[in-house]
Design a protein around this ligand. Structure first.
Ligand SMILES: Nc1ncnc2c1ncn2[C@@H]1O[C@H](COP(=O)(O)OP(=O)(O)O)[C@@H](O)[C@H]1O
Ligand SMILES: [Mg+2]
Length: 195
């Protein structure tokens, strides 16, 4: 019913009670945006990528591979956000997507695991779990340039050294400090290349 329009007939007493009219501001959006709020506008479920589950609207399979959909031009961006209240299955869905994507040849990297829920997944799949933190034995070597030659590795090493120095100092480096880092890195690389 149009906002503000009066009902033509009064509803049977006791069956329906209206607590006054809703004073919501009008909202206008494209059908693509509104499909998120009103899924009945969405098109048929995707059949690209690993199976995620059964589409609640059609009963058909719902598959999802954001990179394949992006490549096909159906998505403008392969990034994915999972949002919802606690306990609704966001983590379970993320882990299902990861495990099923790995089965189709994708590689998965989880940059952090504050709740400890991804380590068992990685271990179950034969993946590597790197535990970093105070008191733990594992170290990351910022100068490790696996698979790169010294010349090729110079610029990335310098960038990471500069970033670490700026993080530690909590300020930007001065030009003379950049120079000092570059000179130190050059001497270090030369010393390493000596037999
Ligand atoms: N599809 C599902 N079927 C059955 N149980 C599920 C399903 N998805 C999630 N769960 C269970 O519901 C609980 C909450 O899920 P979880 O993924 O941790 O939620 P969230 O990350 O949204 O807080 C977990 O115990 C999980 O095993
Ligand atoms: Mg979660």
């Amino acid at each position: 019913m149009r906002r503000g329009a009066a009902p033509t007939t009064a509803p049977p007493r006791g069956r329906l009670r209206l607590a006054g009219s809703l004073h919501l501001p009008a909202h206008r959006a494209s059908s693509i945006t509104l499909a998120g709020a009103y899924p009945f506008l969405a098109g048929p479920p995707s059949t690209t990528g690993p199976l995620v589950g059964v589409d609640a609207m059609t009963g058909g399979p719902f598959c999802f591979d954001p990179w394949a959909l992006y490549t096909a031009g159906e998505l403008t961006n392969p990034n994915t956000v999972l949002a919802g209240v606690i306990g609704q299955g966001k983590s379970a869905l993320a882990k299902s997507l990861a495990v099923r994507a790995i089965a189709t040849g994708r590689r998965v990297y989880v940059p952090g695991d504050p709740k400890g829920e991804w380590s068992p997944v990685a271990e179950a799949l034969g993946g590597a779990v790197v535990r970093l933190g105070p008191g733990l034995p594992t170290r990351l070597n910022p100068l490790d340039a696996h698979g790169m030659g010294a010349t090729e590795a110079h610029a990335p090493r310098l960038r990471i050294l500069g970033a670490l120095a700026e993080l530690t100092l909590r300020r930007e480096l001065r030009p003379s400090e950049h120079e000092a880092l570059e000179a130190s890195l050059t001497v270090w690389s030369l010393a390493r290349s000596q037999p």
